[in-house]
Write a protein that binds this ligand. Structure first.
Ligand code: DP6
Length: 313
């Protein structure tokens, strides 16, 4: 019998960029994210004679998934599997498909192979595939921090139901993966030490803003974290430039909206898409403004969603 799990991508409001040395794929800095509900990865696993992977219906080889399965098998009894995974959004275009992908895969394998993992253990397993996947195990606002580096729920999705508008400016896969990019920034950016030195204080400030549902403080901290991370990327040698022209125009449009009294802020990951976070009553206005920016190909809207789970059969 196959087992199916679903998981949603998350967007970091406090970014992780850079890894610790050693095994386990542990981030060098804490992070805090929101899990989305409208974007979904659905992954089905089934016993097979040999591992086989299909992504969005096509047979593929994926080195990261193969490496991760080999790593998981060092600790857990996981037999050969046919894995089929489907995203309802563009894969590998800076929309965190690896987060929902590894969260769904860890959840499906845990159930299918009877590993009996706790949420924390499942989060650690997902993290070994992709750091941000540790957070997609949970819904709503989620922290990922020392000492365990397992996703911890901070606030349920309905406790502060923010909306997210994603402006897609390009949909091809990024040229430099997060894993390579982080390593490159860690070894070449002159700002890396300053980034890690400020991370714990930034994390505490953002946790307080979330606990108080303080939108203005969250907006200021999230934009600062995003732009600081892109400063690291830009100051790497050679530089990592994930933005398109439209990315910058979207950032400007969101700042203009905010200056006009609209509660919205923007964040950008290792890709060209802009994610605007706002209060639900402003989502339509934010989406209209972003649609108007030249170079925006499409937009999509989401609320906050739940954690990774096994689908009802
Ligand atoms: C910019 O989790 O994709 O989205 O662990 O190498 O798979 P790997 O990296 P990944 O990196 C996420 C980077 C980010 C910021 C964040 O989500 O915290």
């Amino acid at each position: 019998m196959p087992t199916t799990a679903i998981a949603h991508p998350n967007i970091a409001l406090l970014k992780y960029w850079g890894k610790q040395d050693g095994p386990g794929n542990r981030p060098a800095t804490p992070s805090l994210s929101i899990t989305l509900d409208a974007l979904t990865t659905t992954t089905t696993v089934e016993d097979a004679d040999a591992d086989a992977l299909r992504l969005d219906g096509r047979p593929v080889r994926d080195a990261k998934i193969e490496r991760t399965l080999a790593d998981w098998r060092r600790d857990y009894a996981i037999g050969p599997l046919a894995i089929s995974s489907h995203n309802n959004f563009p894969t590998a275009a800076g929309l965190a498909s690896s987060a929902s992908g590894f969260a769904a895969l860890a959840t499906a394998i845990d159930a299918h192979c009877g590993l009996g993992l706790s949420d924390g253990e499942r989060s650690a397993l997902a993290r070994r595939g992709s750091g941000s996947a540790a957070r997609s195990i949970h819904g709503g606002f989620v922290a990922l921090a020392a000492p365990d580096w397992r996703g911890e729920p901070v606030l349920a999705p309905d406790a502060w139901p923010l909306a997210v508008v994603v402006a897609i400016t390009a949909s091809e896969p990024k040229a430099v993966s997060s894993t390579e990019g982080m390593d490159h920034s860690k070894t070449t950016s002159p700002y890396f030490a300053a980034w890690t030195a400020a991370a714990d204080a930034d994390f505490e400030a953002m946790k307080a803003a979330v606990a108080h549902r303080d939108f203005d403080a969250l907006a200021e901290l999230a934009e600062a974290s995003c732009l600081k991370m892109h400063a690291l990327m830009l100051s790497s040698r050679p530089p990592l430039i994930y933005w398109r022209g439209a990315t910058v125009e979207c950032l400007r449009a969101v700042r203009e909206l905010r200056a006009g009294g609209c509660r919205a802020f923007a964040t950008v990951d290792a890709g060209p898409q802009v994610k605007a976070v706002c209060e639900p009553q402003d989502a339509e206005r934010v989406e209209a403004a972003l649609k108007n920016v030249p170079g925006v190909v499409s937009t999509l809207r989401s609320g906050l969603g739940g954690g990774a789970r096994v689908a009802d059969s």
